[in-house]
Design a protein around this ligand. Sequence first.
Ligand code: HEC
Length: 129
Amino acid sequence: MKKTSLILIAICVVSVLTALALSPEKSNQKNEIVLKGTTAIPDSVNVILKKSCFGCHSEGGKKSALFELNLEKWDTYTPKKQAEKAMKMASEMKDGSMPPEGFTKKNPSAAPTKKQISTVSNWAKSLKK
Ligand code: HEC
């Protein structure tokens, strides 16, 4: 066999192995990310946030949005901060500032319904002591 074909075969083997080695890790990471922000937030609220807010307020989202609210770091917020952020989230949703209009225009299905807004609002109130 020619040297070049051996090298080509070697490259193929290495890249397949690399792909195999990397792919499970990647998907695990994804699962972790989904779980991370969720533990302290009830599922009923979390599905709404995932649909309407995660695009910008979770890792890989907008820098300026993350600065205000990083839902993946929710667990690291103190209870006081969680309560404050939750109230702010509910009020931003109620007055229609969040999610931003430009975003819901492009993704109409990501717009929260009235009922979902009140779900978030009730959750926020429940955090306030
Ligand atoms: C298209 C991107 C985008 C989406 C989707 C989005 N946000 Fe934001 N959000 C931002 C940006 C950018 C900022 C920071 C600048 C600002 O306040 O407008 C922000 C700021 C905020 C703030 C802080 C506001 C303040 O003045 O203190 C809250 C609270 C918030 N978002 C909640 C939400 C909630 C709740 C959702 C989902 C219902 C959501 N956001 C969806 C981009 C987004």
